[in-house]
Design a protein around this ligand. Structure first.
Ligand code: IMP
Length: 423
């Protein structure tokens, strides 16, 4: 069988958690392939809101197996808390959650290094979630990292010590004021490692490829968004992994010719958390209204998200880089009530109008060119069929489809599983 991908096409927080949750009943296996606890996938059903950090969103479905792939970075402390959170709902995850031995571990000192690095950058800081993501991937590509499989080795603690000591000297090099008690952090870390050991570690590329041969279906669940991809995002204001389609192949050990559908998730408008360029950002009451109605606060850090109009230049770019076959438009309901909506269809870049994403989209280089579209007033949250949607929203959807040349298959009109309209 084949693998389908589900990816965020903007700067993250598109609502992937909800869609994976809606889709999971169709799949035997849900796999995370990159990122770590910087992600916060929100799912809402039966009146309860769940935020998942490292665990795939298929965990709430009875029959789905959930894999944390080699491309993911795991913080045992955060992970343990996540498992405890699920236990409150009587969920025993041990029979349906498997972790790649090749996934890398986030050490307490990785978190400290993240904080030290950001503090040293002053105004140029990335706006990292400070979960240790960047330093852990640096150790991975620098060939110094510690992997989940290393926990099973006799000299695990020695390996840990050697790397943590090196990190401590690096932290000193940054020469910033950082208060911490490493002993406490390490006690918590090693206690969480014992908890992690209760789960099954696997060679996930073997598991997944064998499952494909057996006819099983796999959904690869992306974290963050395409514009945060370390290669194709708004570098250096990006995360440290490949959030785009190719990341699913390297992060799971699945060959490109196994990938079939690529579901691209985007919000009907745009948000960004953290620093970095954002051409369609709004600094007026319209942006504040989007933030308020859309409850745009980060699920991991609680930070307010920056809001702006939909950027089709960026969306087309993400669709192209990922080979998106179907689009899912989220938070359509948040745009109800605006008289006029704007969609960015081109950039003025160094005096010329362009319709692709250039090397540098800093505000001094790029000015968005907008098309105006009539808004709609109806409350969409109780609507259940495409026919019921207001004509203006259908016009908005058709405009996007025409520009991007990929069909919008689903329109989400609220956070709950049930508020999902299939076109
Ligand atoms: P890091 O990956 O925590 O180092 O953060 C790097 C950048 O990516 C920062 O701008 C973060 O705000 C952003 N980021 C990381 N994870 C997410 C996410 O799940 N949603 C939205 N933005 C994210």
């Amino acid at each position: 069988m084949t693998v389908d991908l589900l990816l965020g096409l903007q700067w993250g927080d598109e609502g992937k958690g909800k869609i994976v949750d809606v889709l999971t009943s169709k799949y035997d296996i849900i796999a995370r392939f990159q990122g770590g606890p910087n992600a916060g996938h929100t799912l809402e059903f039966d009146g309860i809101k769940h935020v998942l950090r490292t665990i795939p969103s298929g965990i709430f479905h009875k029959n789905a197996k959930n894999i944390i792939g080699n491309g993911v970075v795991i913080d045992p402390v955060v992970f343990h808390k996540e498992i405890e959170g699920l236990a409150k709902f009587d969920m025993d995850v041990t029979s349906k959650l498997f972790i790649s031995r090749k996934a890398h571990l986030i050490l307490p000192t990785h978190r400290l290094l993240d904080a030290a690095s950001e503090a040293s950058k002053g105004k140029a800081k990335i706006g990292s979630t400070l979960k240790g993501i960047g330093p852990t991937y640096m150790d991975k590509t620098g060939r110094n990292g510690i992997r989940v499989g290393d926990i099973e080795l006799e000299d695990f603690k020695l390996r840990y010590r050697a790397l943590a000591d090196k990190h401590e000297s690096m932290i000193a090099f940054y020469d910033v004021d950082l208060q911490y008690n490493l002993q406490e952090m390490e006690d918590e870390f090693f206690a969480s490692i014992e908890e992690l050991k209760k789960l099954t570690f696997i060679d996930s590329e073997e598991y997944l490829n064998k499952s494909l041969k057996e006819g099983k279906t796999i959904l690869a669940e992306g974290a963050q968004g395409s514009l945060l991809d370390v290669d194709f995002g708004t570098y250096p204001f990006v995360t440290s992994s490949n959030t785009t389609a190719a990341g699913a192949c390297t992060g799971l050990g699945i060959a490109p010719n196994r990938v079939k559908e690529v579901y691209g998730i985007f919000k009907a408008y745009t948000t960004r958390v953290g620093s970095g360029p954002f051409p369609t950002e709004l600094f007026d009451e319209v942006g504040s209204a989007m933030a308020k109605i859309g409850n745009e606060f980060g699920s991991v850090t609680g930070r307010a998200r920056r809001c702006g109009w939909l950027d089709l230049v960026a969306l087309k770019y993400a669709v192209q880089v990922n080979g998106v076959t179907e689009l899912y438009m989220m938070k359509g309901d948040v745009l109800s009530g605006f008289d006029t909506l704007k969609i960015c269809t081109a950039y003025k870049y160094k005096g010329k109008e362009i319709s692709h994403l250039p090397y540098n989209i800093e505000p001094e280089n790029v000015e968005p060119v907008y098309t105006e579209i009539k808004g709609w007033q109806a409350d969409l949250t109780k609507m259940t069929t495409y026919d019921e949607l207001p004509k203006e929203l259908k016009d908005y959807i058709e405009f996007i489809e025409k520009e991007v040349e990929v069909p919008i298959k689903v329109v989400s009109v609220g956070p709950d599983r049930t508020q999902t309209i299939t076109k």
